[in-house]
Design a protein around this ligand. Structure first.
Ligand SMILES: [Zn+2]
Length: 250
């Protein structure tokens, strides 16, 4: 596991001062390499605004429903990888194990911090961290503060370095992900859950047409250790009209 430390550090050096450009064209400034005061190389999770919005009208056993779908990308632009390791159970039938964040110090020492559980997700057929994100929908009305009308509650996620930012140098990264032994989001990489992925939707059946704000939060319970805990929320304004939706510019 220690082999990842120099690689993450080198990537962070190469990234210093660069820009991340997400698939949606949002520019995210990458600050110079930051190391926390104790010398730990930490990740910093930053969320792109929800993308690829679409409305599904679904008729199933729950009735006729209107679902707002969207894609989520969580980036790491910290100075170290987000590295999660799980306890390996003796019994292969176990579907929940303890999950740890492995943080690496300059020089290579590592420390494991308990951050939650890995739970086996039968629909996705791999392992998820039990709380990684939350999606909140707020109604917007002139002159009034945004009002929370829907929340996803805890969203589970598996960590995988799936999207290289255009300014991230090409170098080999471990793209093995979603297993219980180790999941890694490298610095300068993002992890996308597409808008067709089960769970990437909010039920808006009974909500009136109008303007809303979709707020996506990474690590909503603050369980993960990061360089910056105050940049984990993105906001997308949208207009919901019958079976359609479109994003609104600020
Ligand atoms: Zn999954």
């Amino acid at each position: 596991m220690k082999a990842s430390a120099p690689r993450g550090w080198m990537a962070a050096l190469l990234l210093a001062g660069a820009l991340l450009l997400s698939g949606e064209g949002q520019r995210l400034a990458v600050p110079p390499v930051r190391v926390d005061e104790d010398g730990w190389l930490l990740p910093d999770l930053v969320v792109s605004p929800a993308a690829h919005l679409w409305v599904e009208v679904r008729d199933d056993e729950k009735g006729n429903r209107r679902l707002l779908h969207f894609a989520t990308t969580v980036w790491n632009y910290g100075s170290g990888p987000l590295e999660l390791v799980g306890d390996v159970p003796d019994d292969p039938a176990v579907s929940r194990v303890r999950a740890w964040q492995r943080v690496t110090r300059r020089g290579g020492a590592t420390m494991d911090l308990r951050v939650g559980d890995f739970v086996y997700h039968p629909a996705h057929q791999h392992w998820h961290l039990n709380t990684f994100a939350r999606y909140d929908l707020y109604a917007l009305a002139d002159g009034r503060p945004p009002r929370l009308v829907r929340t996803s509650g805890k969203v589970t996620f598996c960590i995988l370095s799936s999207d290289r930012a255009p300014t991230t140098p090409v170098y080999p990264v471990d793209q093995e992900g979603c297993g219980l032994r180790r999941q890694v989001l490298e610095p300068g990489w993002g992890d996308t859950y597409g808008s067709y992925t089960p769970g990437q939707d909010i039920d808006v059946t009974s909500l009136p047409d109008g303007e809303y704000e979709l707020r996506t939060t990474a690590d909503p319970e603050g369980a993960l250790r990061e360089l910056d805990e105050d940049d984990n929320v993105s906001v997308t304004r949208l207009l919901l009209t019958g079976p359609s939706v479109r994003p609104l510019m600020e």
